[in-house]
Design a protein around this ligand. Sequence first.
Ligand code: CAA
Length: 381
Amino acid sequence: MDFELTQTQTLIRDTARKFAREVVAPLARKLDREEIFPVETFRKMGELGLLGVNVPAEFGGAEAGVVSYSLAVMEIAAACASTSVAMCVTNMVAELIVQFGTEAQKKQHVTKLTSGEAIAGAFALSEPHAGSDPGAGRTTAVKQGDRWVLNGTKQWITSGAYAGVIIVWARTSNEGNKGLSCFIVEAGTPGLIVGKHEDKMGLRGSNTVPLTFENCEVGEDHLLGKQGDGFKLAMVALDGGRVGIASQACGVGRAAIEASVKYAKERQAFGQPIGDFQALRFMLADMHTQQQTAELLSWRAASMKEKKQPFTREASMAKLFASEMSNRVCDKAVQIHGGYGYIDEFPVERYLRDARVQTIYEGTSEIQRIVIAREVIKAAG
Ligand code: CAA
């Protein structure tokens, strides 16, 4: 067991940290207040390799592995969680096409994603009535000649209005989970209708829209993986995606702790900095310990994925613990800031709003517990 970062991991972390501090952080408050999606930031992230950290270099990726990816997400999320979620989904979409796409699909779509040309990737799995249970999706894809015709509505699609490449799950038969297939749909395809941007509690700089498909036609070469394998592709993508969201939660938690320590050293009460009071020190000790635990869980899951070991349970544990940690830590950060924590002069109110969805998206905490329990019972034989 070695807790030292490799040269590549250190380079990616430092590159992401510098970019996060110089470019991403100064924009974060404005993106949140004005609900702006940072298009220019994504072009620059493409140049730095942050949109395909674990993608082979031949498709424009950094080919730096999953631990590097986790480190990069933590840095971007510590500066702006909204930017980090679109980064996570773009990496997830690029990796899914690398893993299951044909050579032609990889050449056509992955380089566009990693370079920032596509701005972002989107993952269109959930539907208005089916979030935790994607096997109940009703969007259909019907084969007509050499074309697939898609009809239905997808809900909560991160970056949906900006993404150049969208992976869409649609039903190709009525066989429940086994009836789902996966399609690559490009922005601007006739019949793809982008709905109204959701006015969210947090992650307000992340674009979230419904996508409707009305006789939306794609060629048969847009089927990703085999017909009927869509559910499995979703599960594989989400295992990796959960490492991303765990890392995001670690980044937001770390930012909340850094803000709290700074405030606790500056703010005076009863003639001394509030950070000198044991009540606050105990809070900071618990926050830091929980955040560091979440980082270790995230890196273990990332490392197992990198070594191509089964990591479903580890990814769910990291996502469960890290997302619940970031909610607890951000709540405490607001408490430490007192009244100032509740206004937007300090960033901790944004951190708390941004953290809230982390226990919901890419599988709720309840879904993670289902996955973990199944794996624990399965391993017991
Ligand atoms: N890897 C590979 N295959 C897997 C798998 C995994 N992790 N998990 C399940 N499978 C396979 C199973 O082996 C099974 O295969 P067979 O039929 O060949 O035996 C098949 O998939 C069906 O599996 P289950 O019977 O376990 O399926 P289920 O219906 O009981 O559901 C579930 C399992 C874990 C609850 C799953 O539905 C789930 O993860 N739900 C949550 C969905 C989710 O996370 N949605 C988030 C939306 S996306 C998002 O938020 C993105 C964003 O923009 C931020």
